[in-house]
Design a binder for this molecule. Structure first.
Ligand SMILES: Nc1ncnc2c1ncn2[C@@H]1O[C@H](COP(=O)(O)OP(=O)(O)OP(=O)(O)O)[C@@H](O)[C@H]1O
Ligand code: SF4
Ligand SMILES: [Mg+2]
Length: 356
């Protein structure tokens, strides 16, 4: 069951955005060669706007290739947007130090494109990513201690003794106890679940306030997925972490997240509170997703909805609704107008569709 929103409530019960994305776009060139320019662009993320509230877990769901990982990488600055802005709130409460006033400030938030020097270093400490494949963040020849301590080394934090203490503390937090039994093991001496716990410890060792979790359980055995999800929820509650939780699985989103953003071909097509979105899905794509993969709760089972064809390729897409080719309820207006904007259809529930 998704947790309630109280954890996301800020001062006076008002939810405050930790991350705000405005018109965020990422194009990847395709084709071309050494002597020719690109023949087109993949619109991996296309003019996307949303907020992530402090201390909430926001799910980002959608099929393979819809742009979820690209959004995650943009938010932690592993990629730079082609266009648009990513605003991040400073971190005075949590870490006792904030983004300096000199950064491009906007309503108490800083434009992450403007971060340099110490501010950028501070941002890197505040934002971390847990990857789908724990091997990706682990060198097979490095011990658990080396792996988890690496962000501390990069940040120049602590002496070796202090790092040993901090890494041990984190191993305890992620349930690898006693830490001394794990510190000097190598990745191949760990199970998949233990490796993902190490990856989580590594992400948290510098004390971030915002973590992008990119399908962190999808490569694990079903039997150990719940343990990792429970751990991540527990860490969010205890450490006040805000997550963007990327998943293609609506049942996982329901279990983990207070709100869900549904992505299709580079666009967010629907966003709302978890239970509201699952019980009253409005976008034809969300409805199709839900009928194709019923969320394990009889209350939410519904008649199958047609979904035509394959995911639309996002290479130079025509200027019309991105879902047009597959939409079972399309009309001429959808073909003759630009992709619809996200509009609020009920409090906190936004949908991008001309027919909703
Ligand atoms: N570095 C890159 N160069 C070119 N195209 C890319 C690059 N990274 C992603 N893409 C393309 O951008 C689109 C979105 O990819 P992305 O990995 O963000 O999707 P995803 O939703 O995370 O998919 P999955 O569920 O398979 O992980 C895809 O069409 C992908 O091929
Ligand atoms: S705008 Fe039209 S084509 Fe797009 S999802 Fe809505 S009904 Fe379907
Ligand atoms: Mg991905």
């Amino acid at each position: 069951m998704a947790r309630d929103m109280t954890g996301a409530a800020g001062v006076n019960g008002l939810s405050q955005a930790l991350v705000r994305v405005e018109g965020m776009t990422k194009l990847f060139p395709v084709g071309g060669g050494l002597l020719r320019g690109p023949t087109g662009y993949v619109h991996a993320v296309d003019e996307v706007d949303f907020e992530i509230l402090r201390r909430e877990t926001l799910a980002l769901v959608g099929e393979s290739g819809s742009g979820k990982t690209t959004v995650g990488r943009l938010l932690v600055k592993l990629l730079e947007p082609t266009e648009g802005r990513i605003l991040f709130r400073g971190w005075p409460e949590e870490a006792g130090q904030g983004v300096r006033e000199s950064g491009g400030q906007s309503g108490g938030m800083v434009d992450t494109a403007t971060l340099k020097g110490m501010d950028l270093k501070g941002f890197r400490r505040q934002t971390q990513m847990v990857f789908q494949d724990p091997y990706e963040s682990m060198n097979p020849r490095r011990t658990v201690f080396d792996t988890v301590a690496e962000p501390l080394n990069v940040q120049g934090m602590g002496t070796r003794q202090q790092r040993l203490g901090r890494v041990s503390e984190l191993l305890g937090l992620v349930g690898l106890t006693p830490p001394s039994a794990y510190l000097f093991r190598f990745p191949h001496e760990l199970s998949g679940g233990q490796r993902q716990r190490v990856a989580i410890a590594r992400a948290l060792v510098v004390g971030p306030s915002f973590v992008v979790a990119d399908e962190p359980t999808s490569m694990l055995d079903v039997s150990i997925r719940t343990g990792i999800m429970t751990l991540m929820q527990d860490l969010s509650d205890r450490l006040g972490i805000t997550y963007l939780y990327v998943t293609h699985d609506l049942a996982v989103a329901r279990y983990m997240c207070q709100r869900i953003a549904v992505m299709y071909s580079g666009k967010i097509v629907e966003l709302g509170e978890t239970e509201e979105l699952l019980s009253h899905p409005q976008h034809p794509y969300t409805r199709a997703l839900l009928s194709a993969v019923p969320v394990p709760d009889p209350e939410y089972q519904r008649e199958p909805v047609d979904i035509l064809g394959e995911v639309t390729a996002a290479v130079d897409p025509p200027d019309r609704c991105r879902f047009y080719d597959r939409c079972p309820v399309r009309e001429d207006v959808c073909r003759d107008s630009p992709h619809p904007l996200l509009e609020e259809k009920s409090p906190g529930h936004t949908v991008a569709c001309y027919r909703v």
